[in-house]
Structures are given as structure tokens and as C-alpha cells.
Design a protein around this ligand. Structure first.
Ligand SMILES: [Zn+2]
Length: 220
């Protein structure tokens, strides 16, 4: 996606959020946990260091699982074509407008004690400021992975999460067409042999043999 460098950063962050929402946490090794804590912190607070950093460094696997669950619900919600979701916030929220440079876009920062809530709020914030349309967060029709489509989709067109899935789908469509052509061929051969059989009977050499029209097959 073209646009302001910050838009690209937002898209990258959202892509990270989608990938973590589908990561296999049960296969994480100690190094992966360290990385995901760091990534989560950067997801919410960017590159700066502040008092929240220590809290993110202490996130337990269970807490990270909760965050993953929130992210997953959010992306499944959008990719599922749903319209409105709400998030009730109890308290302890400090929502800041942040100007790091007067010539750069105004930014926002959410300071909240609960890391999981901070991550969830930041995800919502990113989703609304990224200018993505909901149809850009979608499920791969092939492998059911949720992914972010960087360009605006055309209606009624299939998009896949990867080149691999697109190739698999194209191969299957090709095989279906081949099968259909082969069946058609067999039907024609059967009809020809039927014609030969009928015309072989006495007095029927010139008989006209029509095929009954077949019901059109539904394809998708
Ligand atoms: Zn896929």
C-alpha cells in the first residue's frame, strides 16, 4: 500500500497483529516468548521506552494467550464480514494526544495499566486510523488463514493469502475443467458408439439420433 510512511508502519503492525493472532503459541520456545513480549510492547508504544516496558517484559504466556485471543476475535470478526463490535472499558485509561514533531501528523497514545487492554485498544485504534476497509482483512478461501490484503479488493474476486494457496486453487480449478472435458469426451464417445449400434440395425442406417439435452451442471 502506498501512502504516508506512517500508514506503511501501521499496515506492518497490523500484519504482525494478524500473524500473532494465528501463531502457534504452544510451539513457542523461550526466545519466541522474549520476542513476542518485545513485539507487543512495540506494537502498543512504538520504539520509545517508557514505564510500561517493564510490564510487557513480565507478561506470562497465559497473558499473551489472552491478548492473542482478543486479536483473534477482532480479526475473525472483521474477516467474517460482521459490522459492529463494541469494547467496554471500565477505568484506568489515559488516552493521550501526542505531538512529537509539529510538522508530523498528530499521534495518539494509550496509557493503561493492563497490558492486554493496552494491546487491544491499540489494535482498535490502528484499525480505525489505518484507512483499511474491512474487506482487506479476509480469510483465505484455500487455507482459511486470516490475512491483510494490501490493495482494495474487487467484489466477487477470490484472493489468497499466498502465492502457494493461489497456485493450489488454480491447479484445482484446472483439474476440474480437465475432468469435465474428459467426461464430455466420454459422453460423446458413448453417443457415437450408440449411433453406430442403432444405425447398424436393418433399415436404420440414415436415422437421425438426437441427444437429450443435459441439465447444466452447477459450477462455482
Ligand atoms: Zn491460504
Amino acid at each position: 500500500m502506498q501512502g504516508h510512511p506512517r500508514d506503511r508502519v501501521d499496515i506492518k503492525k497490523l500484519e504482525w497483529a494478524i500473524s500473532i493472532s494465528q501463531a502457534k503459541l504452544e510451539e513457542f520456545r523461550p526466545g519466541d516468548w522474549l520476542n513476542v513480549r518485545e513485539d507487543l510492547y512495540r506494537f502498543v508504544y512504538g520504539d520509545g521506552r517508557d514505564r510500561s516496558k517493564a510490564k510487557f517484559e513480565k507478561l506470562t504466556p497465559e497473558e499473551i494467550q489472552t491478548i492473542q485471543q482478543h486479536f483473534k476475535e477482532c480479526f475473525d470478526f472483521i474477516a467474517g464480514g460482521n459490522l459492529t463490535t463494541s469494547l467496554r472499558i471500565d477505568s484506568g485509561l489515559d488516552y493521550q494526544l501526542l505531538v512529537t514533531d509539529p510538522m508530523q501528523p498528530i499521534m495518539q497514545r494509550i496509557i493503561v495499566d493492563d497490558c492486554a487492554l493496552a494491546a487491544q485498544l491499540w489494535l482498535l485504534s490502528l484499525l480505525t486510523t489505518s484507512r483499511l476497509c474491512a474487506a482487506q482483512i479476509r480469510k483465505c478461501p484455500e487455507c482459511k488463514t486470516v490475512f491483510l490484503l494490501r490493495r482494495k479488493p474487487q467484489v466477487n474476486k477470490n484472493y489468497h493469502c499466498s502465492h502457494k494457496c493461489a497456485v493450489t486453487a488454480a491447479n484445482r480449478a484446472y483439474r476440474l475443467r480437465q475432468d469435465e472435458a474428459m467426461k464430455q469426451n466420454k459422453r460423446e464417445q458413448a453417443h457415437d458408439s450408440y449411433k453406430r449400434k442403432v444405425r447398424g440395425r436393418p433399415g436404420l442406417a440414415k436415422v437421425k439420433i438426437e441427444r437429450r439435452p443435459r441439465k447444466p451442471r452447477r459450477t462455482n
